[in-house]
Design a protein around this ligand. Structure first.
Ligand code: FES
Ligand code: FES
Length: 166
């Protein structure tokens, strides 16, 4: 039997103490141990980006990181995004942007896109279409054809700039 490891991790501003198998991925840990199933698993080999979360402020593929490697870290998942909405709003502006522009269809890829966009707009409040395309090049979507996702990011960027100037 493989020994489990105790880990302490902060996810969406809540601290968790748990045990994980040495080979358990962060994605499986979030989904199976914490019940945070908004982080989706597609390829499970680092290609599709659907499992993207923020780890200590930077995007990572949660299928490639082991839960034990995240010990002591701070994670933001898609479930934590809505908690960062403007007061009185149910959705974060990035989520709202995807809704406004039909930036998703089946929605499987969407959580990963949202987290990548969150990182992008933290770094660059006014990205060009080319910059958006480049940053999102590691996230795959089989449904939308991408233009609506670009429009969603532009919509969200404008909304966030408006918030910042108030
Ligand atoms: S499930 Fe992690 S990159 Fe595809
Ligand atoms: S909306 Fe279906 S895979 Fe992107």
């Amino acid at each position: 039997m493989t020994a489990k490891h105790a880990i302490a991790i902060t996810v969406n501003e809540k601290r968790y103490e748990a045990v994980a198998e040495p080979r358990m991925s962060l994605a499986d840990f979030l989904r199976d141990q914490l019940g945070l199933t908004g982080t989706h698993l597609g390829c499970e080999q680092g290609i599709c980006g659907s499992c993207t979360v923020l780890f200590n402020g930077e995007t990572v593929r949660a299928c490639l990181l082991l839960a034990v490697q995240a010990n002591g870290g701070v994670i933001l998942t898609v479930e934590g995004l809505a908690a960062r909405a403007e007061s009185g709003q149910r959705l974060h502006p990035i989520q709202q942007g995807f809704l406004e522009t039909a930036g998703f269809q089946c929605g499987f890829c969407t959580p990963g896109f949202l987290m990548t966009v969150y990182e992008l707009l933290k770094e660059n409040s006014s990205p060009s279409e080319d910059e958006i395309r480049e940053r999102l090049s590691g996230n795959l979507c089989r449904c939308t054809g991408y233009q609506n996702i670009i429009d969603a990011v532009l919509w969200a960027a404008e909304r966030l700039r408006g918030q910042a100037s108030r």
